[in-house]
Write a protein that binds this ligand. Structure first.
Ligand SMILES: Cc1cc2nc3c(=O)[nH]c(=O)nc-3n(C[C@H](O)[C@H](O)[C@H](O)COP(=O)(O)O)c2cc1C
Length: 301
């Protein structure tokens, strides 16, 4: 089974990817958070750094773009190729209203006619890298999925990642594994399941339900348990020592790159996932004002 580490903007930067790979591993592909493409095609400094080969040394990464403009996408795909990568991903799943109101991300799902003409233009020429796509199963309702599925099946995507929720459902509430089953039945090329795989048992349940599934993408599950991919491969759970090294290394990396305030903010945001709904640990984490107190809030108190 192929395991993708989901892209999470503001979280899964190069520091987190390298640190994760060094301590826990188990990931086949680390997905880069999206580059928001613009008319001028100029990328932000942080986006250029994030895709640079130095930032990703030793990792398999999948860069991602957010756009509804075929020319922007084409220029960016050449840039990705010049950076030395062979694969890239198109985001048509982002549910953020600031993105969708401009018809980007999952905003594209609202207008299948435009989506088709966009993809016709994209695939009209030979692409410099293989293109995959990450989608939701509809904008308003899962009833849109069969139509969307046949649309996507008309294009030679390297793979299709399916976050088994609609745009309206954002990131919470039940997922729709039956939508992924349908993708498998309809022969969508290389579908990758995404959505709420938090534990080893969740992944096993998915594989039982969909034995033909080849690949999964995991996001928040890996933030809560960074050893999840290793455990899925039969390896050990995270030890206390590893978790301490994980958090300390991330804090140091972010402190060196940004400053202590940003590093602490980022580490606390990340730690919300392992802490979950545990009220006592949540309170300790909220009060923590240095990395040591953050770690004791999460690991031991
Ligand atoms: C903070 C945050 C940032 C995200 N950024 C991106 C992104 O840049 N590109 C993308 O395709 N998905 C992004 N996602 C969606 C995740 O990649 C993933 O599809 C989603 O979290 C569901 O998977 P999970 O339940 O395993 O977390 C983001 C999600 C979160 C919570």
């Amino acid at each position: 089974m192929t395991i993708y580490f989901a892209p999470m903007e503001g979280i899964t930067d190069g520091i987190l990817r390298q640190t994760h790979n060094r301590i826990f591993g188990g990931i086949d592909v680390y997905c880069l958070p999206f580059h928001k493409l613009t008319q001028s095609l100029s990328l932000l400094t942080r986006e250029i750094r994030d895709i640079s080969p130095e930032e990703n040394e030793g990792l398999n990464v999948l860069p991602q773009a957010l756009t509804r403009d075929p020319e922007q996408l084409s220029a960016w795909l050449y840039y990705v190729s010049e950076c030395g990568y062979s694969y890239a991903d198109l985001n048509i799943g982002c549910p953020s209203p600031t993105v969708t109101k401009r018809g980007r991300g999952s905003g594209l799902l609202l207008d299948p006619g435009y989506l088709r003409s966009f993809l016709d233009c994209v695939f009209a020429n030979t692409l410099p890298v293989s293109l995959s796509v990450k989608t939701r199963i509809g904008y308003e309702s899962a009833g849109e999925w069969p139509g969307l599925l046949s649309l996507l099946a008309d294009y030679p995507f390297a793979h299709v990642t399916v976050h088994a929720r609609t745009t309206r459902e954002q990131y919470t509430g039940p997922v729709h594994p039956e939508a992924f089953e349908l993708a498998l039945q309809k022969g969508l090329p290389h579908p990758v399941y995404n959505g709420d795989l938090r534990t080893v048992e969740d992944v096993h349940a998915l594989m039982e339900r969909c034995p033909a599934a080849e690949a999964v993408m995991i996001g928040r599950g890996l933030l809560a348990d960074p050893a999840l991919a290793r455990r899925l491969r039969g390896g050990a759970a995270a030890s206390e020592e590893e978790l301490k090294t994980w958090y300390t290394s991330l804090y140091r990396g972010w402190n060196d790159r940004f400053d202590a305030t940003i590093a602490l903010g980022r580490i606390k945001k990340l730690m919300e996932w392992p802490v979950g709904d545990d009220i006592k640990r949540k309170r300790l984490l909220r009060r923590a004002d240095n990395i040591e107190s953050c770690i004791s809030a999460v690991i031991g108190y």
